[in-house]
Structure formats: C-alpha cells, structure tokens
Design a protein around this ligand. Structure first.
Ligand SMILES: NC(=O)c1ccc[n+]([C@@H]2O[C@H](COP(=O)([O-])OP(=O)(O)OC[C@H]3O[C@@H](n4cnc5c(N)ncnc54)[C@H](OP(=O)(O)O)[C@@H]3O)[C@@H](O)[C@H]2O)c1
Length: 237
C-alpha cells in the first residue's frame, strides 16, 4: 500500500460503482470530488467530499465547464470515470436524441473531461486515469448496438491514450466489469441473477480500483476484466 494522499475526481459518484469507489477512497483519507446530476443520492456527509453538479448528457457548454474544473481543482491527480447508463433495444427503436445522449454520457463527455485535464495530469509525478468500461467493450451483444459501441469506443480511446501518455507518469487503465448489482438495471428489462455467485458487487470494482491505484508507479495495468463466477441473466416480467 502507498500512503500517497490523492485528490480524486469521480464521475458517477452518486450511485452504484462510482459511489462505492468514492466511499472507499474517502475512508482511506483521499479527497474526492464527485460529479453527477443528483448529490442528494450521496447521502453520507464527509468533510473530504465535494460535489459538482454536472449533466454529462448535455455537452453544449461542457468544454467550458471542464476547463473551469481544471482551474478550480489544481490538485486533482486521479480521475475515475464511472458515470454511465445502459439502454438496450434494437437500433430502429432508438431515436437520434437517445443515441446522442447515450454516446455523450458513456463516451464523449469522458473524452472532453480527459482532454481538459491532460496537460496538468501529464505534469504530475504520479497520476491515474481509470475508466469503467464493460464486458460490452469486449463483445457485441443482442440489443446492445449503441451501448456496446459506446464501450468499444471507450476501450479504443483508452488504448490509444495509454500510448499518448507513455512518456509521462500518467497511467491509463480500463476496468471491464460483467454484471454488477446496482441501480443500472432499474430501468432495464433484465438483471443479473440474485445469488452471490451470479453477480459482481460494487465493492469488487472498488477493489480493482484500489489495486490499480496501489500498483507500482512503473507498472501500468492496462486493462482488467471482472466477471461473476456464474453468468446468469434474469429477464423481468
Ligand atoms: N452495473 C453493471 O452491471 C455494469 C457492468 C459493466 C459496466 N458498468 C458501467 O459502470 C458505470 C456505472 O454504472 P453503475 O452500475 O454504477 O450504475 P448506476 O448505479 O446507475 O450509476 C450510474 C452513475 O452515472 C451517473 N450518470 C448517469 N447519467 C449521467 C449524466 N447524464 N450526467 C452525469 N452523471 C450521470 C449517475 O448519476 P446521477 O443520476 O446522479 O446523474 C450515477 O452516479 C457505467 O459506465 C456502466 O456502463 C455497469
């Protein structure tokens, strides 16, 4: 374990995977700046938690907002990109607006945020960019055209960015979880099996983040794939 105290920006800190990562890192004494639309969901007060309300689906003024974050939080040395959502249906059922919104949250906003912070992060003695991809970044699935496209895009982006950062001390990593029991499935017509061996838990992903953050400074873990012991999908009635 390294004792380095970090200032960590986490998107999607209000729920599920991002929230668990935020809680873990706060417990370890790091400062966490959480981005999402609703801070009310992050109910636990913590003196080291700062909330920034931002809609990652609406990118019209996003580059300016990202630049403002860079100016406001010069100590940020780590960003964890955990915001995202799923929409699964056949391509003909998507409206243009739905496609745009999904790509904005799951991919384009992450590119904009990365681009804004890159110059300062590259100057740091140690910095990390950790993206939450998905098993959908590895294999196209039925009704997953846009979701898979967003996650494949993110995977290609992180692989290329890793090369671009290879001369700095900035590490770039991607975690691809299988089904994790979170609110992600609340609006979907399927979910992971309920038995412990049939789904991952947010803490499994938080542990993977810890592993990345505490790895040797000269060792980059490019990609981690996590899957539940038994893959079971339940379709809701
Ligand atoms: N659960 C799974 O099975 C699973 C598997 C693989 C990968 N993932 C990925 O893991 C990430 C987190 O998912 P989760 O399971 O933790 O889902 P979740 O519990 O629904 O959390 C999603 C987070 O994303 C934020 N978010 C969504 N839309 C946003 C927007 N327009 N602007 C700002 N923030 C937004 C939400 O915050 P607000 O609602 O407060 O804005 C929330 O904090 C996603 O990228 C997802 O694709 C999930």
């Amino acid at each position: 374990m390294h004792n380095l105290k970090r200032t960590i920006l986490i998107t999607g800190a209000s729920s599920g995977i991002g929230r668990k990562i935020a809680e873990d890192l706060l417990m370890q004494g790091h400062v966490v700046i959480g981005i999402s639309r609703n801070c009310e969901q992050f109910t636990t007060y913590h003196p080291n938690f700062i909330f920034e309300k931002l809609d990652l689906g609406n990118l019209s003024t996003f580059p300016e907002k990202a630049k403002a974050l860079v100016k406001k939080y010069t100590d940020i040395d780590t960003i964890i990109f955990a915001a995202g959502y799923g929409k699964f249906c056949s391509l003909e059922e998507f409206s243009f607006a739905q496609i745009e919104a999904l790509m904005n949250v799951n991919f384009t906003s992450q590119v904009f945020l990365t681009q804004a912070f890159l110059p300062t992060l590259k100057q740091k003695k140690r910095a990390d960019l950790i993206y939450i991809g998905s098993e959908a970044a590895l294999q196209g699935t039925q009704k997953g055209t846009i979701y898979c496209a967003s996650k494949f895009a993110l995977r290609g982006f992180t692989q290329a960015l890793r090369q671009e950062c290879a001369k700095s001390h900035l590490k770039v990593s991607l975690i691809n979880p299988g089904m994790v029991q979170t609110a992600f499935f609340a609006q979907l017509n399927f979910e992971a099996g309920g038995k412990p061996e049939q789904h991952l838990r947010p803490q499994d992903v938080a542990r993977a983040v810890n592993y990345l953050l505490n790895s040797d400074p000269y060792c980059v873990i490019d990609e981690l794939n996590l899957t539940p012991l038994h893959r079971v999908v339940h379709f809701k009635k």
